[in-house]
Design a protein around this ligand. Sequence first.
Ligand code: SF4
Length: 688
Amino acid sequence: AAMREERIKKTKTVCTYCGVGCSFDVWTKDRHILKVEPNAESPANGISTCVKGKFGWDYVNSEKRLTKPLIRRDDTFHEVEWDEAISYVAKRMTEIKEKRGSDDLGFISSSKATNEESYLMQKLSRQIIGTNNVDNCSRYCQSPATKGLFRTVGHGGDSGSIDDIAKANLVLTIGSNTAESHPVLASRIKRSQKLFGQKLFVFDLRKHEMATRADRFYQPKSGSDLVWLSAVSKYILDQGLEDKNFIEEWVNEFDAYRESLEPYTMEYASELTGIPKQELIEVAEEIAKADKVSICWAMGVTQHMRGSDTSTAISNLLLLTGNYRREGCGAYPLRGHNNVQGCSDFGSMPNFFPGYEETTDDEVRARYEQAWNCTIPKEPGKDNHQMIEAIHAGNLSAMYVIGEDTGIVDANINYVTDAFEKLDLFIVQDLFLTKTAEYADVVLPAAPSLEKEGTFTNTERRIQRLYKSLDPLPGAKPDWKILQLIAQEMGGAWNYEHPSEIMAEAASLAPLFAGVSYERLEGYHSLQWPVHEDGTDEPLLFQEGFPFEDGKARFYPLEFELEYDTSEKYDLHVNNGRLLEHFHEGNMTYKVEGIARNTPNPFVEVSPELATERDIREGAEVKLISEAGEATGVVTVTDRVRGKELFIPMSANGKSAVNFLTDNRVDKDTNTPAYKEIAVRMEVMRKE
Ligand code: SF4
């Protein structure tokens, strides 16, 4: 019995499924996961979890896990030993670098990998290869939010904690299906509504669960959020309801901002958004009246051609009403992946070193060049979108992708997979033979979060440790170890024995993480960046002012042009997003049997009006056709959508529909694909 008990182990981990960053204990016996047990000490979630965190772990034992590196020869994959795979990768990357230059290679890091692994991916790219061509999947989601915050308040992260959202008098969610995408955070809002009458205003195309619970629910026309946000700001100013003291003390560029708001009358906003003028006036008055306002937003804002500008307009409105620097206030871009915040924080970005210091800053570059004994290019590298374009243009011939199913999740996947076929060297590191891996020349089997140590950073900028619950499946390796083997093979003096040493190096180089150490993150301890040398952190940002030279934030004037609309040929608009049960494209969650069984088919939500107009019923089969491609699905008739709006889930068990339909349009400031701006026409294949 003693022996048996010894095999039972309790380990603290951090959920791998969304940016809320729930932490809990996992009980295991050998490779069996016995249970997931929340712990009251968990800083983000206390004793709550959602279905994914509680039950979503069987994928670690899936028979589909890769356990041998694969190399493609004669168009088929051959299993090889690790030594051979590593030396092959090193040799081919060296050849390409020598023949065509460092910028002929591109690197995409994973927002499911740890901070330490993201740090090493950008180090491999910058130190060993000598290129800034490194990016991560925040390009697909939250880069526009980060941009909007950098423009206005100087830090690209949530202004406070989930606790602050819970303390607000008024919460606005814009383009966020919070109950399904960030379930535990949504529960906090629901509780605050009940406990102290927190008001919730939901702005979304779709009547999802939070919309039905909201005090007010508005359905602005797709892509028009910038307009109502600006009109609300203008109204507040016109009525003299702005926070004059706050602006005086803390914000620059007021006059330019006031002037830029001129065109945004309530009439104009009402016409463009479809929301009655009187309702918009009420929104403005409620915001001005509330003592503490928090605004949460997600992909419904960012994945548009004006995603960065709309994020900026949100921050402008918060500045105007003095909703920064206090508990219960602020800007909350809800990060989707568990570590999408950390992956960018730790430097897997083409323009930033770890801690958001620019590659163009000579002093910063010199610091890294000295520490790493190398030369790093000054100019920013290519982002994900530019890498795909560069492959098509013949300017990039090698790509290394970690834990990202780019061939499903990027927009316009026919165009993306055509690019993969043109690569001379394509390295994919993942748990499974994903759609993307099918195009690879080399596939390296990685280990998931339960099989390694490291840290993740959640949406609140909270850095948390995860401990190893299981040994890596024989044959698989943690990403940091694989990256180190490749760097060593290419002559890099990397000798990390444990991820703590990687974090120590990052902390010594990036001021944002100066005081981060594994000792300070023991167990359920956590730190919210910036972390100062003495170990103090900043749960609520901007207490000492905004990180600009004079300590003041800036209003950022914006212009608006409606760039997208449906047409006669493509008369419907498709929205897309997450399902509660699934994470992203579903590579992990579809390998959890119970979850897969309950959510088998890709579906298309059709409004009752449209179903009547087209004479189709529940269960009908339809084909959606956009300018880029087509996809089929089974109809669900529901009032979650209205009029000519359709909705399809982004998780589709490897049969992604949405990205056959998306095209090459992007947010003009960050190149984030405009996933939410798809016009289609619908053909009925079977009526019921
Ligand atoms: Fe928490 Fe998100 Fe994981 Fe659910 S998916 S347990 S809300 S971190």
